[in-house]
Design a protein around this ligand. Structure first.
Ligand code: PLP
Length: 482
């Protein structure tokens, strides 16, 4: 990196706000100054200066403690160093002859992850993916292929969907990630193939409702073939009852997939890993590293209990992974992936684990979980705010500003949350998320940043209260004038 670029990134790192507050049209205008493809090029240093002024300056500063909207982490520095190597060496994970050392590193990491989960390492397997969306899709893809093969001797890979396809059903909680429905649509089953199970007061899948829905749909002659449990729901960080789900899946011959995109990271912590007890009963598991593992986007894994299931989606291509390679023991990872050309993302996790070590890695995660606990405590003692998840399992906190208890309609209260979030975004001071619980709007913190302190939490809550109060008093003034 030249000095200019080092300075550029330093400026980005020192941004005093998480966002510049620029609007969509202002930003479009700024970028429109530049032809996308000029006839003649400029010096790279000039181009990168423009990137600093127009792109970095108006990016969200993920490392800023007041950037707490989404499962969007500040990446750790060892991983950034690894990214440079990943990009410059440009290995492609599809075949051994494009990624020899990279293939071994990925295989070793997969074996380590399987061991961490409690899978039997000699039969389990997995593959790195672009993230949870792809991993969840792969889980449901294998589930569909397996069910059709075992139930009807039908090979979906070759024959397409079986005649009974419109009777196939996937079960998951109403708080499961939207990619379960998206996968159902992509798999040709349609979103309506997903049956939503109610959640209990802790936002976890209700086993009694699961039993009820299973019996209802089987009575209707439908075929529930997959059950998805979420280990760390995106909104609440809630973890579904894994053992209870596994038992039902086994009893009713459903593929059991655990979406641990968010919560998977607690496997590293001696203190919290019990939250994932029995996860080794899952047929397949989603883990994301670009969330609570602090890796730059993108980085995820898909793990399976029984490696034979990869056969269901395998294809051999003469130019890439001929069958002779397998006989010779040459691993071409393309056989386990739905991607062909694929990044060597495993390296950044490997380098991070080498540089930081498991103990310190676990401490980062544990710190953010305890910070979230303290924040929940603080919010629950705050009369102007109302907390939904009193005892956050991970580090997501859902709450709303209820203000000075002047009776307000639920519509107004919903609008107030939206305005608080929007105004803070436009001021650039706090990047918050919002979500719905039933039909009410709430604000959300996703507290992934290990550099955040309670002092930051106090500051952010003060900003929210001040913004809420400003909006309310403005409204009172407006009402008075009308
Ligand atoms: C983030 C997330 C996903 C989607 O993962 P991507 O990495 O964004 O593709 C799926 N499930 C859960 C629970 C998530 O938190």
């Amino acid at each position: 990196m030249t000095q200019t670029h080092a300075i550029l990134f330093e400026q980005f790192a020192k941004l005093t706000q998480p966002f510049s507050g620029i609007t969509v049209s202002e930003l479009e205008q700024k970028i429109d100054q530049y032809s996308v493809c000029p006839d003649d090029g400029s010096a790279l240093s000039e181009v990168l200066t423009l990137v600093g002024q127009n792109v970095l300056k108006h990016s969200v500063a993920v490392h800023h403690p007041a950037c707490i909207a989404h499962l969007h982490c500040p990446p750790m520095i060892p991983a950034l160093a690894a990214e440079v190597i990943i990009n410059a060496s440009n290995q492609s994970m599809d075949s051994w002859d494009q990624s020899p050392a990279a293939t071994i590193i990925e295989k070793k990491l997969v074996a380590w992850l399987c061991d961490l989960i409690g899978y039997n390492q000699s039969v389990a397997d997995g593959i790195f993916t672009s993230g949870g969306t792809q991993s969840n899709f792969m889980g449901l893809l294998l589930a569909r292929e397996r069910y059709c093969k075992e139930k009807w001797g039908w090979d979906v890979q070759k024959q397409g969907l079986p005649p009974e396809a419109n009777k196939l059903r996937i079960l998951c909680s109403s708080k499961a990630h939207f990619t379960v429905k998206q996968s159902a649509a992509l798999l040709g089953l349609g979103e309506e193939a997903v049956v939503l199970i109610e959640t209990d007061k802790d936002m976890q899948l209700s086993l009694s409702d699961l039993d009820k829905k299973i019996s209802e749909i089987t009575k209707q002659g439908l075929f529930p073939f997959a059950l998805v449990a979420t280990a760390g729901s995106t909104d609440f960080g809630a973890i579904d009852p894994i053992l209870g789900c596994a038992t039902r899946a086994i009893k009713h011959d459903m593929w059991f997939h655990v979406d641990a995109a968010y919560g998977g990271a607690v496997m590293l912590s001696e203190h919290y890993k019990h939250l994932l007890d029995h996860i080794q009963l899952a047929d397949s598991i989603t883990v994301d590293f670009h969330k609570l593992f602090y890796q730059p986007i993108s980085c995820g894994a898909f793990l399976i209990k029984n490696q034979d299931h990869f056969q269901l989606i395998k294809s051999n291509t003469a130019y890439l992974n001929p069958e002779e390679n397998e006989l010779e023991g040459i691993p071409d990872l393309v056989t386990k992936s739905i991607q062909t050309t694929r990044r060597f993302d495993a390296l950044k996790l490997w380098v991070s684990l080498q540089a930081i070590g498991r103990t310190a890695f676990a401490e980062l995660i544990e710190y953010t979980l305890s910070l979230a606990q303290k924040t929940a405590q603080l919010i629950s003692n705050e009369p102007l705010l109302e907390l939904v998840n009193k005892n956050p399992t991970l580090n997501a906190i859902v709450f709303r500003y209820i203000g000075s208890s002047v009776p307000t309609s639920s519509v107004e209260l919903n609008h107030l949350q939206t305005l608080i979030r929007k105004n803070l975004w436009e001021s650039g001071k706090v990047v918050l998320a919002q979500t719905k619980v039933d039909s009410s709007t709430y604000l959300k913190f996703t507290m992934l940043n290990p550099n955040m302190t309670m002092k930051d939490v106090h500051m952010i809550l003060d900003q929210i209260k001040k913004m809420g109060n400003d909006i309310e008093s403005q409204k009172r003034k407006d009402d008075y004038h009308v």
